[in-house]
Design a protein. Sequence first.
Lengths: 188, 406
Amino acid sequence: VKARGSIFLSALLVACADAPDTSDATFEVPSSRRFDVVARTLDAHCGTLDCHGASSRNFRLFGFSGRRLDPTHVSGVGATTALEAGVDYCSLTAIEPEVLARVVVEGGVEPERLTFLRKARGSEEHVGETVFAEGSAGDECLVTWISGRSDDLAAPCEASLGDLRDPPPPTDGTVDLSACNSRVERSP
Amino acid sequence: MRLQLSRLYAAIVSGVLLISGSLIARADDSTKAPDGGGRLVVRTAARTSLYADTNDVTVVTPVATAELAKPSAGWSVHGLYLADIVSAASVDIITTASPRWTEVRHAGTLGASYETGSVGLRPQVSASVEPDYISYVGGGVVSLDLYSRSHAVFLGYFRSHDTIGRTGTSFDVFSRTLDADALSAGVTLTLNRSTHLSLVNDVFFERGDSSKPYRYVPLFSATVAPTIEKGESVESVNRERLSASPLEQLPLDRQRYALTARFGHRFGKSTLRVDERFYADSWSQQASTTEARYFVDVSRRLTLWPRARVHAQTGVSFWERAYVGALAADGVWRIPRFRTGDRELGPLATFGLGAGASFGFGPRGSPRAYRVALQLDAMHTEFFDTLYLTSRNATLATLGVEADFE
C-alpha cells in the first residue's frame, strides 16, 4: 500500500508540475543605427583572425582587421562593409539576449551585467585580457551604444582607435542586417 | 559545475541507503563489520578512482573516509574527503574555442548517526569547492524501526545552496545561486530471513539559474535547421549556423521526482542486489536506471561480483538538436526561450558492465577486518539526438583499501 502510495504521489506531483514554456521569446536589443562605428572599434581591437575573427568563436566578427564576408575582399584592405557590420551586430546582440534586453529596457543602467562588457573591461577572465578599461574611450563607445545614444557614438568610438593600425572609416554609415538570418561562412 | 544535482542526490542516498543497507547487512553476517561490543570501533577507507572516456575527459578521484563508532551506545560519527581532478579537452571545450583545462574540486562531508530504541537520527553536512562552483548541503534522515527491527520507515530532508561562477572571475563580479530542497521518504521491508526490499521516494525542488555560463547554443535558420544531422561536426556546425550563438538558458525552477526500489536476497554463499530507479521531472524528462550486482563469497576472504547497469532517458521538453533563431524585421530577436547544448538533457541510453573483487587480509579470526577492493566498469552511451557526438565509451577503475580497528 505504501509503495502504491509513493508511486501515486510521484505521479501526482509530476502531473501537477508546470512544463516549461517552449515557445520563442522576443528580445529588444540596442538599435543598429550607427553600429557601423561600433563595429569599426570592435573589429580593430577584437576581430583579428587569432581572436574573434576566428570562425570557431561564438562571438565572431567580420571586417577590415580579420575575416571578410565577400570572398573578393581581403583582410587589411578596404573598410568594414555595411553587411559585415550587420553580421557583427547580430553576433553581439544575441550572446545573452535576456540580459541585454533587461539592460536596454532599464535605459542602459548597470551595463556590467553584460558578459561581453565585463570581458572587454577585464573584470572577467578573458583570453584577450583588458581591451577597454572601464571609462576608456572604447568602454564609452560600447556603453553609449548599449544605452541607446546612437548620436553620441562617433567621438568615443573614433577615439578608441588610438594608435592602432588605422582602419578605414565605414563606407556609407549604414548597417545591413540582411545576412543575420542566414549562414555567413563560406564552404571550404 | 558538472555535478550539481548529484551532490544533493548523493547526500540523500548516503543518508537513506545507510538505513536500507544496514537492514540488508543484518541478514548477511559475512559482510557485517565487527560490532565491537562495548568498545570503540574505528573504520577507515581510502580509494582512488580513475575515469576516462572517448570525449577526452579524465577524472582522478582520491577519497578518504573515517568513522568512529560505539555500537553498544548506538552512535557513530564519520567524515569523508574527496578531490576530483578533472582534465578535459572534450568537444564541449572545443566548441568554446578553449584549450584543454585541468580543475580540482574538493569536497568534504561530516555526519553522525545515533540510535535510541527504535529511532535513528542521521544528520549530515557537506561542502564542495571548485574554482567556479561552491556548494553546501545540509540535512538528515530520521528512521523508525518496526516489528523488532525487521522493517523500518524513514524520512529525510536536505537543503543545498550552490553558487555558480566563472573560472578566473571573482564571485563578486559574476555569480548565480541555485537552491534546492530535497525530501526523501521510504520503507525498508524484511520479506523473509534473507530477502529485503526498500522503496524510496525522492522529491527535489530547485530554484535558480543552472545554465552553464560557458555553454553557447548555435542557432540556425529555419531552412538549415532540419538539415543538421545527429553528430554534426564542430566545423560543419560553425559553417552552417547563424552568426548568433547565445548562451545556454534553462528554466529557473525544476521539480524532480524519483522512485527507487532496492531488492536484496542472500543465498547460501552469495547475495543478489537489484536496484531500479524511475525518474521524472517538470522539464518532461523521464528516465529508468536498472542495476544488478551478484556478490559471490568465494572464500572467507574473497568476494567477487559482476555488475550490470542500464540507463535510458528522454530529452527535456525544450530539447532541440538544432535551434532556430531569427532577427525580426522590427529589429527584435526571436530566440528559443529555453535552449541547451547539455547532452545529459537529451535522449540517451547507457549500458554498463563491470566486475569487482574484495579480498580480506585481516587476521585469521577476523579476515575482513582489512580489505582491498578493486572495481572495473566499462560504459557505452548512445546519444540519440545531439550535435558533435553520437556515442561515448568510458571506463572507470576504483582501487580501495579499508580497515576496521577496535
